[in-house]
Design a protein around this ligand. Structure first.
Ligand code: MBD
Ligand code: FE
Length: 292
């Protein structure tokens, strides 16, 4: 045992490894991914599969990939599955382009990726409420007000704002052990005026787990593992497209080099001191009606 390895650091490593496989288990409980594409034609599958393989073949030819590199890739891909890190890998390095394509027609609020740590049905807090948190939860208290409207400006009564985020140590409840089940996860349902008032704490910058296969890629490539501090939301209302977004904070050193490429200028929250040691911000959402 080395002297610079504190018990706290060791706990952090164990926790990071667990988060990856917890995300895989959660995704596996959802049986709908295949149902949603059951009518996809063989022509479409052929087109997409060939297109991906062509890109791989092209990479090998262009860069003269060796057998040693091919075998290292094979070993690494096997290990990503064993580590349960496919959700992490895909959401960090692929999802942002899927989100871009899926939402390019929208006129309402910009969204961004969901990431691996959403859990549906977080406890209801009403239009004004405090997200579930522990006694003495670390982080500056944040009051967040806003409204949910349609693209024509009308308030969307009954809209839901589902909020989830990491704690000050970068851990998400239900994915890291030792945190109350719904900690920093809540559902806020707006009234007739479309307004909400959410009380939470400001999150800290976040490092994706570095002790598994994704971390191995990051260190082998000389990248970093950081995401800027962020709040995750899903905003929904009847007859409107679901908005999945994240909100960021100006001045975060990782806003310009998010490992997950999920920051957009429209997604900045700029809380101001409220005078009592807390901060406050106003930021609302505009949802696109579902097209006929
Ligand atoms: C996260 O918290 C996250 O938001 C993303 C996109 C990937 C890994 C961890
Ligand atoms: Fe996150």
């Amino acid at each position: 045992m080395t002297t610079d390895q504190t018990p706290g650091a060791a706990e952090t490593l164990a926790t990071a490894a667990a988060s990856g496989s917890a995300a895989t288990e959660r995704f596996e409980t959802d049986k709908s991914p295949y149902d949603a594409v059951k009518d996809t034609s063989p022509e479409r599958v052929d087109l997409l599969a060939r297109s991906v393989l062509d890109a791989v073949h092209q990479t090998i030819r262009t860069h003269k990939v060796t057998y040693a590199e091919y075998n290292a890739l094979k070993a690494w891909l096997i290990q990503v599955g064993k580590d349960g890190e496919w959700p992490l890998f895909l959401d960090v390095w692929v999802e942002h382009v899927v989100e871009e394509v899926a939402t390019e027609h929208r006129e309402g609020s910009k969204g961004t990726i969901e990431g691996p740590y959403y859990v549906p049905d977080a406890p209801e807090q009403g239009a004004t409420g405090t997200i579930p948190m522990r006694e003495g939860e670390q982080g500056t208290a944040l009051t967040w007000t806003g409204t949910v409207t349609s693209t024509d400006g009308s308030p969307l009564a009954g809209a839901k704002v589902e909020l989830w985020h990491a704690d000050a140590d970068g851990f998400y409840s239900q994915f890291a052990p030792g945190i109350p089940e719904w900690n920093l996860r809540g559902t806020f349902t707006v009234g007739d005026d479309g307004a909400f008032e959410i009380h939470t704490v400001q999150p800290a910058p976040y490092q994706i787990p570095t002790d598994g296969s994704c971390g191995k890629l990051i260190s082998a490539a000389g990248w970093h593992a950081w995401r800027p501090a962020h709040l995750h939301v899903k905003v929904s209302a009847p007859g409107h497209e679901l908005l999945t977004a994240q909100l960021y904070f100006p001045g975060d050193e990782h806003n310009d080099d998010d490992i997950a490429s999920a920051v957009k200028p429209e997604l900045m929250l700029d809380p101001k001191p409220a005078g009592d040691g807390t901060v406050a911000v106003d930021y609302g959402f505009v949802l696109d009606p579902v097209r006929a």
